[in-house]
Design a protein around this ligand. Structure first.
Ligand code: NI
Length: 178
């Protein structure tokens, strides 16, 4: 396994629509997923999309540590060729970061509930109907596959800034970096 170089905001790979993975079971995809999980955990972050490591394919990895999610923990997993459905109208503001935008954080509106599907490296289905941090990280990662970075979702720029500065004021929500 290997640590991968993470593209930073401004690199064109982060702005393009990624292509579907032709064969989720291919050895090179399994290797990519293993390297992405290692890179995500090392960063550390809770999610990482393939375009962030300069691979414009529709897959991402994420995990939910029990201490962070306040709900069921999710071990590191890959979601290949995901489909995302936003459920209902309810939205929540949650403080997000991104490994491609180091040092910055913002309160970003996201749908509270989603349904997503995809497959893992074995071709087994993953996903389900989820809410909270799980729904948040999946929406953030899915956006990466469409060339969307969280600053494009900000509605209140007074809550966009450097993490060190935002840490001085009461937190709006749980912070994530993905
Ligand atoms: Ni990100």
């Amino acid at each position: 396994m290997a640590l991968l170089k993470i593209a930073r905001m401004g690199h064109p790979v982060l702005l393009q629509r990624a292509e579907p993975v032709a064969d989720p079971n291919a050895p090179e995809i399994r290797r990519l997923v293993a390297d992405m999980i290692e890179t995500m955990l090392d960063a550390p972050g809770i999610g990482l999309a393939a375009p962030q490591v300069h691979v414009p394919l529709r897959l991402f990895v994420f995990h939910l540590p029990a201490a962070r999610s306040g709900a069921a923990a999710v071990a590191p997993r890959a979601v290949i060729n995901p489909r995302l459905e936003l459920l209902g109208e309810e939205r929540v503001l949650r403080v997000e970061g991104c490994l491609s935008i180091p040092g910055l954080r913002a309160a970003v509106p996201r749908h509270l509930r989603i349904r997503y599907t995809g497959v893992d490296c074995d071709g087994a289905p993953v996903g389900g109907e989820v809410d909270g941090l799980h729904a948040n990280v999946v929406q953030h990662e899915y956006d990466h596959l469409d060339g969307i970075l969280y600053p494009m979702r900000i509605t209140d720029f007074s809550q966009f800034g450097f993490a060190e500065e935002l840490a001085r004021v009461p937190p709006l929500g749980q912070e994530t970096a993905s």
